[in-house]
Design a protein around this ligand. Sequence first.
Ligand code: AHG
Ligand code: MN
Ligand code: MN
Ligand code: MN
Length: 336
Amino acid sequence: HEADAYRTDLMTITRFVLNEQSKYPESRGDFTILLSNIVLGCKFVCSAVNKAGLAKLIGLAGETNIQGEEQKKLDVLSNDVFVKALVSSGRTSVLVSEEDEEATFVESSKRGKYCVVFDPLDGSSNIDCGVSIGTIFGIYTMTHNDDPTTEDVLKPGNEMVAAGYCMYGSSCMLVLSTGTGVNGFTLDPSLGEFILTHPDIKIPKKGNIYSVNEGNAQNWDGPTTKYVEKCKFPKDGSPAKSLRYVGSMVADVHRTLLYGGIFLYPADKKSPNGKLRVLYEVFPMSFLMEQAGGQAFTGKKRALDLVPEKIHERSPIFLGSYDDVEEIKALYAAEG
Ligand code: AHG
Ligand code: MN
Ligand code: MN
Ligand code: MN
């Protein structure tokens, strides 16, 4: 009765991570507790997003964040839920959120060994029109027992121990890596559980989709301009690539991960460091891409080797299928 077995053998995200962690004899379940609180936040945001219009949760909150963006009600609500869930987990020491100017340092009685950097609501400009949005997070571990400082999160992405995102779209999907591959879990609202639906995700080695905001084309540098030109007017007789751009990084990256292709948010004359934030957008998505067999490049170096100096620092990013990113790297190398 294969069908019956499937119905009763539920591989929830908690069970999956417990299996993973059981490979480390010294693990005491701290990561599992941390993850269950991130999952709680995602379930809350999923529910709030699904009834946003009804619950009058669309529109502006009347505040502006450090990014100079007008905060949406859902930006502020999601941020509050994640900060409270992470602090109360007793497993974190430092939190960095897109929506908070300063890092949050957890008071000593509630401190734990993890530092979480996160974008509570990614793609805010798409909230009011019902287009997919998401949450992005990255996890570092504390390396000392003294009082935490910003130094504990100003680390290269190659020191992250886990990263993931949750996409609030036609279904609610959580994609996670703890450093041994990428797995996708879909929320079953009738159970309130994320169930493993996409085991061991690998990105196709090459894709035929490019994803960029062409509205910035007049400000792009040479290599980016050449690459996009090549996507649209291939010289070697290969078919032109399709353009797909949602404007929510989570949605554009999720499609790239599953279908292959390349996502780029390049530098431009107006923003020499591009738009996307290193700690809670570039690093987690780069971590996932590499774990799925893809690549992530800044135009100068491997994205995960960046060492951020400020918690809201930005970087250009080119990520996706291995071969597609190789082409971009060659163009930047040629420019020298
Ligand atoms: P956020 O809503 O968290 O501020 O992030 C928005 C980001 C990212 O989701 C997306 O890839 C990018 O902004 C889109 O920027 P443009 O509208 O400039 O293309
Ligand atoms: Mn924002
Ligand atoms: Mn974002
Ligand atoms: Mn955001």
